[in-house]
Ligand binder design. Structure first.
Ligand code: PHE
Length: 448
């Protein structure tokens, strides 16, 4: 099947909204606040923003250029540009599959929590300890989290099955604005809580004593994960951009929306945490234990917690859609199968991995390596190894291997719009990003 009749996103805003849909996800609302909480709050935020600007945006631009130029799935894209670099394309389809393994599990939790909130089940639970017990009972339950993982995968499948325009584009155009509205409402509500300003201060007053070498890698890994870098998502989505999409504007807008959402999520969560005097360093369970306990102390607790978990479901869904699409586009175009069959193959693979990851937290405790559960391993390997490695090689590929004119051509839409800041971008892609990444990496494995 040749790729001549590829879909393109229609509306003007679509490129931004759809890509922001991929970028904005559990990474922003679940992961960012707890990682920031564990790494000193504002100091982390600052290093995070620098990572986004210096490394995130340039690499995002490079991936956009690769995708739109080749109009192919991630593997096909690298192969078209240089067959020797096809391996980078394969990394871009293996990583999303591994991410799906744990991402779908957490997405499933958000859905279960949303349903519990709607049915009012949480009203019987009171203290944070009771919530913690509920959360661990739930994640270790042999079948419920697995069931929700399957349901969430099927929901993702449903959107993918509707196609690029009717499924992906249309759903993002509805879900992204809704997500922003919910987030702003929740942020205002949180700031008005008694003691809420403590939380805001925690997020905006840097304490550099908490910053260590590993903070930089964590910030970089978080920035890459949050911007969906190194996973073929940006390449695949850009392959659906129109010829005249301004990729520089798109990248800047997506990075801004993504960072804004992470900060807003912090503003939702930290004031709430401080207002009831819980430690902000609670880790991954922050959103599932601390927050419901806090909501419960408020009037209309059911409404707030339903809205909050709906927010998480939407954020997760627009991201799982993008991960699924990378894989579906790959199977469809490279294995020459129909889109429908391809989507089912991907869904089946995701379900198997998701169930294994989910069970590794409870019934299948033996599914671990070196004491780390399969679930945590998927998270660690992708965020700390595969994504930064992919980012590094994308820089080398675009900065050193491809023709010098490749990036300027894509940035200017073949000379139809002005080329701005190119010397800076070139410097970042060729030298600054790869060297910084190398330093951070070597530092973390203890070489320097
Ligand atoms: N960026 C998404 C988030 O922040 C996760 C994701 C990573 C989605 C990579 C697609 C690709 O949650």
């Amino acid at each position: 099947m040749k790729t001549t009749h590829r879909a393109t996103f229609g509306g003007r805003l679509s490129a931004v909204l759809v890509t922001a849909g991929s970028a904005v996800g559990l990474g922003n609302i679940w992961r960012f606040p707890y990682v920031a909480g564990e790494n000193g709050g504002a100091a982390f935020l600052l290093i995070y923003i620098l990572s986004v600007l210096i490394m995130g945006v340039p690499i995002m631009l490079a991936e956009f250029a690769i995708g739109r130029n080749t109009r192919s799935n991630a593997v096909g894209a690298f192969r078209k540009l240089s067959p020797r670099w096809t391996i980078l394309g394969y990394n871009s389809v293996v990583a999303p599959l591994l991410i799906m393994g744990f991402y779908l599990v957490v997405s499933g939790w958000t859905m279960e929590y949303m349903i519990h909130s709607i049915t009012g089940d949480f009203t019987h639970v009171h203290t944070a300890d009771e919530y913690a017990a509920l959360f661990s009972a739930f994640t270790q339950n042999p079948w419920r989290p697995a069931l929700y993982t399957v349901i969430f995968t099927l929901l993702t499948h449903g959107v993918i099955a509707l196609g690029v325009q009717k499924g992906i584009e249309r759903s993002s155009r509805i879900m992204m604005p809704l997500l922003l509205v919910i987030l702003v409402v929740l942020a205002i509500h949180s700031m008005l809580l008694p003691n809420g300003w403590e939380g805001v201060r925690f997020l905006f007053t840097p304490d550099f004593s908490k910053v260590t070498a590993s903070t930089f890698l964590t910030a970089l890994g978080q920035a890459f994960f949050s911007l969906s870098i190194g996973l073929g998502c940006l390449v695949t989505y850009a392959s659906y951009f129109k010829e005249d999409t301004n990729i520089t504007h798109t990248a800047l807008q997506v990075a801004s929306i993504d960072t804004l959402v992470a900060v807003l999520a912090g503003i939702v969560i930290f004031p709430a945490v401080f207002s009831v005097g819980i430690e902000p360093t609670a880790g991954p369970s922050l959103v599932f234990v601390t927050l419901p306990a806090i909501f419960n102390t408020l009037p209309l607790s059911m409404v707030w917690s339903t809205i909050f978990f709906l927010l998480l479901v939407i954020a997760a869904l627009t991201s799982t859609i993008s991960l699924h699409e990378v894989l579906t586009a790959y199977v469809h175009e490279e294995w020459h199968l129909s889109r429908r069959t391809s989507a089912w193959i991907v869904t089946a693979a995701c379900i198997l991995l998701g169930i294994a990851a989910s069970l590794s937290l409870g019934a299948w405790k033996w599914l671990q390596i070196g004491g780390i559960s399969f679930f945590d391993l998927l998270d660690f390997v992708t965020a700390n190894i595969l994504l930064p490695a992919a980012g590094f090689f994308v820089c080398i590929f675009v900065g050193w291997v491809l023709d010098r004119r490749f990036m300027p051509q894509e940035l200017t839409n073949k000379g139809t719009i002005p080329l701005r800041l190119w010397p800076l971008l070139r410097l970042l892609l060729r030298w600054v990003c790869p060297l910084l990444m190398l330093l951070i990496f070597m530092d973390n494995i203890g070489i320097i």
